[in-house]
Design a protein around this ligand. Structure first.
Ligand code: SF4
Ligand code: SF4
Length: 355
């Protein structure tokens, strides 16, 4: 493993004869030409090999109760160190976390060799977690599938050190990625955002409800402890029949004792014009779910999506040299020189930029 920032080969890639590569980490299954980045912006094809740009790049850290994720039925008295990177495979219009979750600017700077984001090795992350006395590490804020290489390396070391692992996700993930994750991830805290095809199409043109539900069911079948969460957004998914339908799906596919968390939306970004969700809707959804036979239903009127907007800076959590932490991240491999990972050299060669 490199002792400084470097591109890392993606584990689920399928090279094609013409030099394109298919990424099989998430259900976008992006097919990328040389020089192109995937929808998440975190993976790039360089000369027929797919690399992760964001390996070791940490956007946010927080130490907190596992109940904040929210996870209530796995080590409920434990504390976790939450960490995130940059990048998401969805584009939710009410996302609270744009700079981190979509991460477009941060990932663009990495690609151009101009980033000063924190780079932390898996070993250092685990040491930091142990230093803060937590029992687990949670991958959250951004979508963990888009830096799975790092998630897996941290998780292996975390298990060796006696820590458990939590994966907070939108579950737009492939069966192959789930199979890789299963031995190393203890808990999946997954969104079920809606049962409506239009809702998913709006945030991910290739996404379907069935794909997301199928991934959640598969994770449970693989032995991962699953808790689901629905963030109720006024006029978008606050129909009580639809919310009852989600509860019934959980009951029938994950079991009547599978925990479901119902949370409030607070106005953000392109949904700033909508009001915050009325507490009464959250309570109604919970009551309907209980009436449908779901036993562990939690109505949250104080939490929304898991976001990192109020976290202390990463440098406040780690005992690492601040100058090194914030140095410019040029890939340590010799192929880029000081021209950045994409721009000037690879994107131009690939014809993706004006000459
Ligand atoms: S992780 Fe998903 S969005 Fe990103 S490159 Fe791979 S398939 Fe595309
Ligand atoms: S709300 Fe979650 S799934 Fe949607 S864009 Fe933000 S981080 Fe991604």
């Amino acid at each position: 493993m490199s002792d400084s920032y470097q591109l890392v080969e993606s584990q689920l890639q399928q090279p094609l004869q013409n030099g394109d590569v298919v990424c099989n980490l998430c259900l976008w299954r992006c097919r990328l030409r040389h020089g192109q980045r995937g929808f998440c912006e975190a993976h790039v094809n360089r000369n027929g090999t797919l690399y992760n740009l964001s390996y070791g790049i940490v956007s946010a850290i927080e130490v907190e109760s596992i109940r904040n994720k929210p996870v209530y039925h796995y080590r409920p008295d434990s504390r976790v160190m939450s960490i995130g990177s940059y990048g998401c495979n969805f584009r939710c219009k009410g996302c609270h976390n744009l700079e981190i979750s979509w991460g477009v600017e941060a990932l663009d700077k990495l690609a151009r060799g101009q980033s000063t984001e924190a780079w932390i090795t898996p070993q250092q992350i685990v040491e930091t977690a142990l230093k803060h006395g937590v029992q687990g590490i949670a991958f959250t804020y951004s979508e963990p599938a888009v830096w799975l290489e790092y998630v897996l390396d941290v998780s292996r070391l975390a298990h060796d050190a006696g820590l458990f692992t939590v994966y907070v996700s939108n579950s737009f993930v492939t069966a192959e990625a789930l199979a890789l994750m299963a031995p190393h991830i203890d808990v999946l805290c997954s969104d079920i955002k809606s049962l409506s095809a239009e809702f998913y199409h709006d945030i991910c043109p290739r996404g379907t409800v069935e794909q997301v539900l199928g991934s959640i069911r598969r994770a449970a079948e693989l032995g991962i402890h699953v808790e689901t969460r629905t963030n109720v957004i006024p006029t978008k998914n606050d129909n009580i029949e639809e919310l009852t339908g989600i509860a019934e799906w959980i009951r029938d596919n994950l079991g009547a004792h599978s925990p479901w968390h119902v949370t409030r939306f607070f106005p953000a970004y392109q949904l700033s014009h909508l009001p915050a969700t009325d507490d009464a809707i959250i309570e109604q959804a919970a009551e309907a779910a209980r009436a449908a036979g779901l036993r562990r239903v939690y109505a949250h009127t104080d939490i929304s999506c898991d976001c990192a907007t109020e976290n202390a800076p990463v440098s406040a959590w780690v005992e690492l040299d601040a100058a090194a932490l914030n140095s410019v991240k040029s890939c340590a491999a010799s192929c880029c020189g000081d021209e950045g990972i994409l721009v000037k050299k690879f994107e131009r060669e690939a014809g993706l930029l004006a000459k």
